[in-house]
Write a protein that binds this ligand. Structure first.
Ligand code: ADP
Ligand code: TRP
Length: 324
């Protein structure tokens, strides 16, 4: 089974990204042939700052490697190091109906937010289809928000195959285990763009400040409380054992829980969860060349399949070398 997924380097990764994507990607590297890439071409649709793009790309690479991505198990690369993807994007775009892209929620949502659309944003799902199809992916583990993009990928693949003959494997999405929507410090969905994120690699004073600023109600300590509506508990539950989780739930319901106590426990639980990854990340951050070598090596490996697929696609449409 070939597994593929990508993550955009559009900001520092946070606990929502970790629980909703990275953790599951890393677990899947033992379940099949995993391909993971840093979607820097995609990030260009929202980020126009050279230094920031380079920094975030490096940060994402560090984060994945520190959190356990093993480059000997998973093929890990930077999307732009596999430029075959852009060529395939063009071939695919010639069979992509406008209506298919016009119906995409994420495009419509961005326009509704007042972002003035350019062609890159509109064509975003076609680039994504090329990412997926070029390495013959079987499954694509993504968050719910990306489900429609995988459906678009399937539509494009099937249309291409119908017109030009069987070239692409038609992939399936795998909606990642329901971690639900991880709340940010204000209780809304944690997101890089809402300024409410707790970054995975925050530590010490900064981590303390962030956690202490998680919004809670002002119910008195003795009052019984609903754990499920508490923003601190809704993060803590992912980082403690089942038993401890149960104890917290009972204590909330009974009353007598001080929010500052829950916040302190969240800090120590994050320290326990990410302690060794933090050390590894620090060590890797001084080995920039090594990190870029890993990505280059990954692209080289991905290219072996990518070139074959691209060759087949070029040949199918009439861009092959043979005239027969
Ligand atoms: P952001 O909203 O911070 O820009 P992205 O859209 O880049 O995050 O998210 C990449 C992936 O991380 C998503 O497909 C999703 O799986 C996961 N993710 C992001 N935020 C959350 C969240 N708050 N809760 C659960 N999963 C999340
Ligand atoms: N659009 C995805 C996101 O924002 C990132 C991505 C780009 C991706 N190409 C992909 C995910 C291919 C899966 C497969 O989360």
């Amino acid at each position: 089974m070939r597994i593929l997924s990508g993550i955009q380097p559009s900001g520092k990764l946070h606990l929502g990204n970790y629980l909703g994507a990275i953790k599951q990607h890393i677990e899947l590297q033992d379940k099949g042939e995993a391909f993971y890439f840093i979607a820097d071409y995609h990030a260009l649709t929202s980020l126009r700052d050279k230094d920031a793009l380079m920094q975030y790309t490096f940060d994402v690479a560090l984060d994945y490697l520190a959190l356990g991505l093993d480059p000997n198990k998973a093929t890990f690369y930077r999307q732009s190091d596999l430029s075959e993807v852009t060529e395939l994007t063009w071939l695919l775009s010639t069979v992509t109906p406008m209506g298919l892209l016009e119906r995409c929620h994420s495009y419509k949502d961005k326009i509704a937010k007042g972002i003035s659309p350019d062609h890159g944003l509109f064509a975003y799902p076609v680039l994504m289809a090329a990412d997926i199809l070029i390495v013959d992916s079987d499954v694509v583990p993504v968050g719910k928000d990306q489900k429609q993009h995988i459906e678009v990928t399937r539509d494009i693949a099937q249309r291409f195959n119908f017109i030009f003959g069987e070239v692409f494997k038609v992939p399936q999405e795998r909606i990642m285990e329901e971690t639900g929507v991880i709340p940010g410090i204000d209780g809304q969905k944690m997101s890089k763009s809402y300024g409410n994120a707790i970054e995975i690699f925050l530590e010490g004073k900064e981590l303390k400040q962030k956690v202490m600023s998680i919004v809670t109600d002002c119910a008195p300590v003795e009052a019984p409380k609903n754990p499920d509506t508490n923003n601190v508990y809704n993060l803590l539950k992912f980082f403690v054992s089942e038993e401890e989780n149960k104890e917290w739930r009972e204590r909330f319901i009974k009353g007598g829980v001080k929010y500052s106590e829950v916040k302190k426990r969240l800090i120590s639980a994050l320290d326990e969860t990410f302690g060794s990854a933090r050390e590894k990340r620090k060590e890797l951050s001084n080995r920039r060349d090594y990190v870029f070598d890993v990505l280059k090596e990954g692209a080289k490996r991905a290219r072996e399949t990518a070139q074959k697929t691209l060759f087949k696609a070029r040949d199918a449409v009439g861009l092959g070398k043979k005239l027969s």
